[in-house]
Design a protein around this ligand. Structure first.
Ligand code: DHB
Ligand code: FE
Length: 288
């Protein structure tokens, strides 16, 4: 059977991808950010998954106002790296896992979550920046990401957005789906985006360290209570783009303790301001 062995959480600031791609990681501004991922890169090597189920949000790249799926699952064999205006990032191509993805589609839809199934989906910074943070800079041609990746998009860009409670319940359905796949696979589930940031309007630049860290404490220790935080609290306290954090609740909902098992071990926790307009948060939870 396939098993979820860990969940990883990280912000996806696009400027971090640019800093990596342009070799600026040692500059004082960026060094503070990248230092927070040194442990994580080694942890990834020591705990290499067979598949990453990567929850992220598309930023009007694969989708637009023409079509707004709330939840979209990538079932393709490959996902092209999107051109977000400056050409595609120079990173390895993203290889999917069509068999596991198709099984998850069947299981989760039969659990009453209406997913959009994507056979074609270019992936943007929401997915490639977390991969780069966790795996370090890689040659786009000679290197490969450590394993196949199943992209899972959540609409947190255009209202109405799904609630934290819905995301948390979906994570539980994804766990049941993975654990019923008849192949011995080590699966990591990643929740990405956040933490506090607002990119537009009079409050642009908003950062709320206290709220971010209190939310993190609760997300780790009492995720069911955290899932009850209404969307308006994210927007009010963590800024309009702070709502990206509901995606972390999908990964958290997929951990064993939520299904009655043991609490996960906090392997790593990191929080840093500033990175572009965003408070960077990062967490690794491993099953006990
Ligand atoms: C920034 C952060 C994001 O999450 C994003 O999607 C785009 C920009 C930023 O901090 O600049
Ligand atoms: Fe974003």
């Amino acid at each position: 059977m396939a098993h979820i062995t860990a969940s990883v959480y990280t912000s996806h600031v696009p400027a971090i991808g640019i800093a990596l791609d342009q070799g600026k990681t040692a500059e004082p501004y960026w060094k503070n950010v990248f230092d927070g991922y040194e442990y994580s890169k080694q942890w990834m090597k020591d705990n290499k998954p067979d598949v990453i189920f990567l929850v992220y949000n598309d930023h009007a790249t694969a989708f637009s106002l023409d079509m707004i799926p709330t939840f979209a699952l990538g079932v393709a064999a490959e996902f092209p790296v999107a051109d977000e205006g400056w050409g595609p990032r120079p990173v390895p191509k993203v290889v999917g896992h069509p068999e596991l993805a198709a099984h998850i589609a069947h299981s989760v839809i039969q659990s009453d979550f209406d997913l959009t199934i994507c056979n074609k989906m270019p992936v943007d910074h929401g997915l490639t920046v977390p991969l780069s943070m966790m795996c370090g800079p890689l040659d786009p041609v000679k290197d490969a990401w450590p394993c196949p990746v199943i992209p899972f998009h959540v609409n947190v860009v255009q209202y109405p957005v799904p609630s934290g409670a819905r995301c948390f319940a979906l994570g539980q359905a994804i766990r049941r789906a993975v654990e019923s796949f008849d192949e011995d696979l080590n699966v990591h589930i990643w929740g990405t985006g956040g933490m506090s940031h607002q990119l537009q309007g009079p409050r642009a630049g908003l950062i709320n360290r206290e709220w971010d860290n209190t939310w993190l404490d609760q997300m780790i220790a009492d995720p069911a209570a955290c899932a009850k935080v209404p969307h308006i609290d994210y927007v009010r306290e963590a800024g309009s783009e702070g709502i990206e954090l509901v995606m972390w609740l999908i990964a958290r909902g997929a951990m064993a303790d939520v299904a009655g098992g043991k609490a996960p071990v906090v392997k790593h926790r990191f929080y840093h301001v500033p990175a572009s307009n965003t408070a960077v948060g990062h967490l690794i939870l491993q099953e006990a």
